[in-house]
Design a protein around this ligand. Structure first.
Ligand SMILES: NC(=O)c1ccc[n+]([C@@H]2O[C@H](COP(=O)([O-])OP(=O)(O)OC[C@H]3O[C@@H](n4cnc5c(N)ncnc54)[C@H](OP(=O)(O)O)[C@@H]3O)[C@@H](O)[C@H]2O)c1
Length: 460
């Protein structure tokens, strides 16, 4: 049983140092927020402001002088915000983590783990964007937890893996027991009722929530130019998977994503939630089969059917640029929703085709074919010829709000080259059911391409 004297005292100085029976936390200004005691543990939490510099990573180095048996941690190191600091003593056999006590005292505040690193929970984390997020977070020295079933891809080395199924409500509460986290980035939300269950369970043990949505939430996509305030589908935040079945695949996907957005924002609050709406994402580990198909086709050589006009603007975004921006939102205060596409005018279809040909070094020659003629021949846009779509709004998405908040997009040629490097190094996209089965829908069969090209040449 711990004694009262084991309580950490909060005093107004700047260093950690041991004192009789406990430790003292000294900072220029600090406010005691509360203590939590259980039969065999005590945790004290203080809110601390470090003069003009609230970045704890540079401002305060934890002293190894903390007494054995005492844990220490800091929670929240956002610019201009006070940081939270906790001290905890655990008795033998105690399972209480200091961070959990902090969560109960200050459930609304962002926090980092007891080792001072930013703690990120990625819902998903093993296929494409989630993988890029994990890699980028490691580069930043963050501590990363992933939540997935562990059935379709391998885990990133070094992550804390929590197995669970988004369809099982009990798995969300089990996941929450492993918190707290500074931020959650959700790449696996497709059904509002599931996202709602997850957000409710995680809300008390997290700082910020970044939800990966899609430009498909806009009712005007792909027919109209879009900005961040264009109208979105109306979908309840507790809708089930069958909502919007009459809207077709893309419409239902968009409507459900709109419901997921509501589930997140209404549960977490507008001050802690960010919604990201990417357009097409490309890059290493892509499983949809868009750029990977164009690269494989370019490598095959010969006459390549290219849907005109070559100067058609396109706005795919690199998966690593999405990841970086999501991480920015996880640590900042970018509330609200952001379109995530490369800027209009970033690249053209000709840039894509020539980058694929140049990168593969194959003897391939594009034959630019009139798009209306292709439509008349029944060539399926978006799938048979990936990334090709004639609708006027498809590549007319305004992402300037994200650009103002720091989104930076690398050149398309870099995305193409890096994806090819990944493919030639033996990289294979995840395959399976659901989302992971989409590659089978993409690409034009070789014989069909030959027939179309022959008909195009003979048309006169
Ligand atoms: N690709 C695009 O062009 C594009 C465009 C716009 C928006 N988006 C959005 O961006 C996100 C892309 O994410 P991603 O697929 O690349 O993410 P990811 O995190 O890399 O992969 C998906 C993860 O979901 C897990 N998962 C699948 N079913 C699950 C279940 N029932 N319970 C728990 N985990 C499950 C998978 O692991 P297990 O299978 O092992 O469970 C995997 O780890 C999506 O939200 C998508 O809507 C994508």
């Amino acid at each position: 049983m711990l004694q009262a004297r084991d309580h950490a005292r909060v005093v107004s100085d700047r260093v950690w140092r041991p004192c009789r029976g406990a430790v003292a936390l000294r900072t220029p200004t600090s406010r005691h927020l509360g203590s939590v005691s259980t039969q065999d543990s005590l945790t004290t939490v203080a809110e601390c402001t470090f003069g003009g510099n609230t970045d704890l990573r540079s401002d305060l180095t934890y002293r190894p002088s903390v007494r054995p048996g005492l844990e220490q941690g800091r929670c929240g190191s956002m610019p201009d915000r006070p940081a939270l600091i906790w001290l905890s003593r655990r008795g033998e056999g105690s399972k209480l983590a200091g961070g959990s006590a902090v969560a109960s005292i200050c459930p609304k505040l962002p926090r980092v783990g007891h080792d001072g690193r930013m703690r990120l929970l990625i819902l998903g984390g093993t296929w494409f964007l989630g993988r890029a997020l994990g890699e980028a977070a490691f580069e930043q020295g963050w501590s990363v937890t992933t939540f997935n079933r562990g059935v379709s891809a391998f885990d990133l080395p070094g992550v804390q893996v929590i197995r669970g199924d988004r369809e099982q409500p009990g798995d969300w509460s089990r996941l929450a027991e492993h918190g707290p986290w500074d931020a959650v980035i959700d790449t696996i939300g497709y059904v509002p009722s599931q996202v709602l269950a997850g957000a409710k369970a995680l809300e008390p043990v997290m700082g910020r929530y970044v939800f990966l949505s899609s430009v498909n939430v806009y009712t005007g996509w792909p027919n109209e130019p879009l900005n961040d305030v264009s109208p979105v589908f109306d979908c309840p935040p507790d809708a089930d998977a069958d909502f919007g079945a009459d809207l077709g695949y893309a419409g239902q996907y968009g409507a459900l994503k709109a419901g997921c957005e509501r589930a997140v924002v209404e549960t977490i609050g507008t001050d802690r939630a960010t919604v990201l709406r990417p357009g097409v994402i490309l890059g290493p580990n892509e499983y949809v089969g868009r750029l990977t198909w164009w690269l494989a086709r370019a490598e095959r050589g010969g006459h390549l059917l290219a849907p005109g006009p070559p100067e058609r603007p396109i706005q795919p975004i690199d998966v690593r640029d999405v990841a970086r921006f999501a991480m920015r939102c996880a640590t900042g205060r970018q509330n609200g929703s952001f379109n995530l596409t490369a800027p209009v005018g970033h690249a053209t279809f000709a840039d894509l085709v020539s980058a694929c040909i140049d990168t593969t070094g194959a003897d391939t020659e594009p034959v630019w074919v009139d798009p209306s003629w292709l439509v008349e021949r029944g060539v399926q846009q978006w799938t048979e010829l990936p990334l090709w779509r004639t609708h006027s709004g498809v590549w007319n998405v305004d992402s300037s709000r994200a650009t103002e908040e720091g989104l930076r997009c690398r050149p398309l040629a870099t995305t193409v080259a890096d994806t090819w490097s990944w493919m030639t190094a033996g990289g294979a996209a995840v395959t399976g059911s659901g989302e992971a089965s989409r590659a089978a829908d993409h690409g034009l069969a070789t014989l069909r391409e030959l027939e179309i090209l022959r008909a195009w040449t003979m048309r006169a």
